[in-house]
Design a protein around this ligand. Structure first.
Ligand SMILES: [Zn+2]
Length: 319
């Protein structure tokens, strides 16, 4: 049986019909902007439209940004999509959709996607970090997704790595997210550009406001100022990962999200920090690599987390 995975992000809703082999048969996109009733309406429209004319869809899983209270299918806190907060999502959506619905955290779904179909498909112990506007995380141990007591577990991006660091979107200071997200990279870049006005980064900053993608682009062309920005972000990423490697002893750490297109420019300094800070034997086992599913990881992972209403098992099997 197929399943529908719905990935709800800060700007868009992506819904896809996915086969048990991880093939997306059909996909649609809707905006996630507007008040809560518009957001819910667009989720329903997306699921109905993508499922139309497709046979054999058993269930739907909705991957949502923010901290979940799983027992109530409710997002308690979502800094990038406030309109989704505190709605009992299953109760509100399931009757409209007409298919069994489960709700999961988006970064956990992305991690599960990489585990089932991507960079972690050969292992049982996977840690996945998604570097975008924020930093998402997901942990799979013994082939089981770590959710914690309420479904809010696996928030690797909100572990403090710098006690007096910059303010994070969550309200804390010095979270991993505040130190190595795309937002953090743009912030470092503006500081470095001001100090090095003769660099390509410095010259661009005079013309317009720098974003994370600019840094990767200039670093690829060899601009030393831009390279130093990615070095800084990669170092903080590695400081965070070293701790996670010690705690979870993963076989693979998969790094995805828009920032991960910087590839080795950010992964090499991260590996260096892991080598320095993590302990053997975990340090020697772990492989840090790029995630392979790209922006589809959320839809694929959500579909693979959809549950059969009779058995309660995943439609695609345990993993
Ligand atoms: Zn935070």
């Amino acid at each position: 049986m197929n399943a529908i995975g719905v990935d709800v992000g800060g700007t868009k809703i992506a819904a896809g019909v996915v086969t048990p082999q991880g093939k997306i048969l059909k996909e649609v996109r809707y905006p996630s902007s507007g008040p809560p009733e518009v957001l819910l309406g667009n989720i329903v429209r997306a699921v109905r439209e993508v499922g139309r004319g497709v046979d054999g869809v058993a269930a739907v899983c909705l991957a949502v940004p923010g901290l979940l209270v799983s027992s109530e299918d409710r997002v308690a806190f979502s800094p990038n999509l406030r309109t989704i907060e505190n709605i009992p999502l299953r109760e509100a959506l399931e009757p409209e959709i007409g298919l069994p619905l489960t709700v999961e955290n988006d970064a956990n779904a992305a991690a599960w996607g990489e585990f089932r179909f991507g960079a972690g498909s050969e292992v049982d112990h996977l840690l996945c970090v998604t570097l975008g506007t924020g930093v998402g995380g997901g942990v799979i141990s013994h082939g089981v997704l770590l959710r914690g007591a309420q479904g809010a577990g696996g928030e690797l991006g909100h572990v403090t790595v710098h006690a007096t660091g910059p303010r994070c979107a969550c309200g804390n200071r010095g979270c991993l997210e505040a130190m190595c997200s795309g937002t953090a990279i743009a912030r470092y870049a503006r500081v470095v550009a001001a100090k090095r006005p003769d660099s390509a980064l410095g010259r661009l900053a005079v013309r317009r406001r720098i974003i994370g993608e600019d840094v990767t682009e200039l670093a690829r062309r060899g601009d030393r100022a831009a390279l130093s920005v990615l070095e800084e972000a990669g170092t903080w990423l590695g400081i965070g990962l070293a701790g996670f490697v010690n705690v979870f002893n993963p076989e693979v750490v998969a790094v995805g999200g828009a920032v991960s297109v910087a590839g080795e420019l950010i992964l090499a300094p991260a590996r260096r920090e892991i080598a320095l800070r993590a302990r053997p034997p975990s340090r020697d086992l772990v492989r840090v690599k790029e995630a392979t599913l790209g922006p589809e990881s959320g839809v694929l992972g959500a579909a693979a987390l959809a549950r059969d209403p009779e058995s309660g098992e995943y439609v695609f099997g345990p993993g």
